[in-house]
Design a protein around this ligand. Structure first.
Ligand code: ADP
Ligand code: MG
Length: 580
């Protein structure tokens, strides 16, 4: 085929696809426009997860009647004029793409009036074309309504999740902007229910309370101001006490010059600052604001503007890590610190780090490994048949590993990984027979979930109820927990928290080995139910666990693919002692 320019409507849809991924992207772009317009009151209304309707109303500067149509043209913006402006962006929008993109994949109406003008302007856009315009009276400000999103993009429509999930994402967007702009009053109505509101009183902690509830917000520490902040760089915000932790890093939020961004490296800086303070495998909660000279950060990296590039990323990383660490060290009540250190001395730290094998391989690669156990050709190997030989338990190391002896030498068993494997095979087998043991609760427990997790739950409700849970909707984001898989029952009063963790793990879906949703859910339940690292086990408990592991189909890895057992042969040991 010859090279041709794409017809405008095709080009428009392609461009739109980059900006508008799901209903929450529309809400994000419209809120950004309202913020840029100087609004102090932003009202968001959605129906059916935003698929039927998204309406954002603000009291900002409005759009003059003669510019209204232009706002829907691609690359039309009032926020940039020269290339040099791109180097110092101080508005949230600047690409002039949002309105045209949204209009290309939905039906949009605009009603707007600048404060000084007597008459407002109404405009309707369908399939990217303006189909109607007229003068109309209206309050000062702008109302944009987006209906039937993706009606003309079947591929996208197919990928939309259940309304509750999409509502959850929208809730996430609104609450994050409310945090970034505490002086703006935000209001979110979802299907005629008030889902969130902030007062706009300028106090960020009040917004935090509105989002997290008082009980959780009280476990957040305000970041200490450093004595000497690095020049032109300020880090502020809130971080959770070590007692407040989650199963994933999704509760670490970053704002760069008040833009909500995603940055793995900065999340890592926070996690590192909590080094050894959190239980194994748990992640901190944090809301952090990095403010710096706009010339020091490039926000024009991606159409959604969710990623940024720092001119000096290392400096920002270090500033975040130091600010978090200092606050933790200075503000944590001493006993909690001492106890955390006692409970998870070296092992808590090692979970975020690579697995044992990866570490040893890295050492070998770096030429630093002198211990021949870990040399590439002699690394602890899965010897013999896949099944384990009969093992005799010798003891426990670091309240985390079981030491055992077998016919071919020494075995080190990761108690958590091993137990996970045992529970996983048992539960999977029971599930195949449709007979997962379930434990009814004496009193049903109320699960009050954040909207995102409520979405995950709604999507997996049938599945959950097939693997031993009995959960029923209780209005809004509330659910009643009536029964749980028997292996979870020991959690007792901690059950709601356990369910939250499991939903979080399912949401993460970071489990490449479990292809099926079913397996993923079961793996998550087992991970939560398994004995933790850092827990002292009696000789009998250890022996029982090892027996059960011996009986597993695949005893050598946990359901997530990490090793459960390291084996050191008698020969290796003899060699190390120079006997050979
Ligand atoms: P950008 O925000 O990158 O400029 P958009 O497509 O989002 O591009 O918006 C185009 C233009 O429409 C903006 O530059 C602004 O002038 C105007 N506009 C959009 N929304 C609003 C609003 N809520 N209030 C005032 N002006 C608006
Ligand atoms: Mg914009």
């Amino acid at each position: 085929m010859p090279i041709r320019l794409l017809p405008p409507e095709v080009a428009g849809k392609i461009a739109a696809g980059e900006v508008v991924e799901r209903p929450a992207s529309v809400v994000k772009e419209l809120i950004e426009n309202s913020v840029d317009a100087g609004a102090t009151d932003i009202r968001v209304e959605i129906r059916e997860g935003g698929r039927r309707l998204i309406r954002v109303a603000d009291n900002g500067c409005g759009i003059p009647a003669d510019e209204a149509a232009l706002a829907f043209a691609r690359h039309a913006t009032s926020k940039l004029t020269t290339v040099a402006d791109l180097d110092r962006i101080t508005t949230l929008g600047f690409r002039g793409e949002a309105l045209s993109s949204i209009a290309a994949v939905s039906r949009v109406t605009l009603l707007t009036r600048p404060r000084g003008q007597a008459m407002g302007h109404y405009l309707r856009v369908e399939g990217g074309q303006i189909t109607h315009q007229e003068g109309r009276g209206c309050p000062a400000g702008t109302v944009i309504s987006v209906e039937h999103l993706f009606h003309n993009v079947p591929a996208r429509l197919k990928f939309l999740r259940q309304p509750q999930t999409e509502t959850g994402h929208i809730h996430d967007v609104v609450t994050h902007y409310a945090l970034a702009f505490p002086a703006i009053r935000f209001h979110l109505m979802a299907d005629d229910r008030l889902a969130f509101q902030s007062t706009g009183n300028g106090n960020r902690y009040d917004v935090l309370i509105a989002i997290l509830g008082l009980e959780v917000a009280e476990q957040m520490l305000a970041l200490e101001e450093p004595e000497e902040p690095p020049a032109g760089l300020a880090v502020s915000g809130f971080i959770g006490l070590p007692s407040l932790h989650r199963a994933s890093r999704n509760y670490i939020s970053f704002f760069v010059n008040r833009r909500w961004v995603q940055d793995r490296s900065l999340s890592h800086a926070v996690v590192e600052a909590y080094h050894t303070l959190l239980p194994v495998g748990r992640q901190p909660v944090a809301v952090l604001f990095v403010d710096l000279d706009p010339a020091e950060v490039d926000v024009n990296v991606h159409p959604t503007k969710r990623e940024v590039k720092f001119r000096d990323g290392q400096k920002v990383f270090a500033a975040v890590q130091r600010a978090v660490r200092r606050t933790l060290v200075e503000q944590i009540p001493v006993p909690a610190m001492a106890q955390a250190a006692r409970t998870w001395p070296a092992f808590g730290a090692s979970t975020a780090a690579p697995s044992g094998w990866e570490r040893h391989e890295a050492l070998v690669a770096a030429g630093q490994a002198t211990m021949s156990w870990y040399q590439a050709d002699e690394k602890p190997q899965p010897v013999g048949p896949v099944r384990l030989p009969l093992l005799r338990v010798v003891g426990q190391v670091g309240q985390t590993y079981i030491v055992a002896e077998g016919p071919q030498g020494l075995y080190l068993i990761d108690q958590h990984a091993a137990h996970e494997r045992v529970l996983y095979e048992q539960m999977l087998a029971a599930h195949k027979q449709q007979a997962v043991p379930s434990q009814a609760l004496l009193e049903p427990l109320l699960l009050d979930l954040d909207p995102l997790l409520a979405g995950v739950l709604a999507e997996h409700l049938d599945l959950l109820n097939r693997v031993g849970f009995a959960i029923e909707p209780f209005g809004g984001t509330g659910y009643l927990l009536r029964a749980v898989p028997a292996i979870l029952a020991p959690a007792g009063a901690g059950l709601p928290a356990a369910v939250v963790d499991i939903l979080e793990m399912v949401r993460q879906g970071d489990d490449p080995l479990a292809a099926q949703a079913e397996e993923r859910l079961i793996a998550a339940v087992c991970k939560r139910a398994a004995v933790k690292a850092g827990q002292t086990l009696s000789p009998e408990e250890m022996q029982r666990l090892v027996r059960q592991l011996e009986q597993c189909e695949s005893p050598r890895t946990c359901p997530h693919g990490r090793p459960t057992v390291l084996h050191f042969s008698v020969e290796q040991i003899e060699k190390e002692f120079g006997r050979r």
